[in-house]
Write a protein that binds this ligand. Structure first.
Ligand code: ZN
Length: 133
């Protein structure tokens, strides 16, 4: 251990850190599945751990249990293309997410589902309009 290392609660308690990280991933998409837009109940490894996929933000997307289970160990983009709910904008979002460009990914997801909670900014604006009315 290095003397200069600051000691964070997160370091002392890795489980806490993991939980915070999982929460933050769900928050990016307003708790909706990146594939189908339903509530995300799990985190999907885009490149499965069995194939060397890491638990990094770039490789982990919010997913509902049904998508997560159905996709299993398949390549996410190939699998996604075969789904009924396939949306090219979401496919682009997944690709951007994998590239680590979360801002672009979130913007594409907003575009794919303008009414979802992903669009936090507009929602706030709408609410303030509501109060003024
Ligand atoms: Zn889903």
């Amino acid at each position: 251990m290095h003397i200069n290392d600051a000691v964070f609660l997160e370091d002392l308690c890795p489980k806490f850190k993991l939980r915070q990280w999982r929460k933050s991933i769900h928050r990016f998409t307003g708790k909706s599945c990146i594939y189908c837009g339903k509530p995300s109940e799990s985190i999907d490894h885009v490149l499965p751990r069995s194939q060397g996929g890491l638990s990094t933000t770039e490789n982990c997307v919010p997913a509902c249990l049904s998508c997560n289970g159905d996709k299993s160990d398949e390549n996410a983009l190939y699998w996604y293309r075969k789904q009924k709910f396939y949306d090219p904008r979401r496919a682009m979002a997944i690709r951007a997410w994998l590239d680590g460009d979360l801002r672009l990914a979130i913007r594409l997801l907003q575009w794919a589902s303008p009414n979802s909670k992903v669009n936090n900014k507009n929602q706030e604006q709408d609410e303030s309009k509501y109060e003024a009315a």
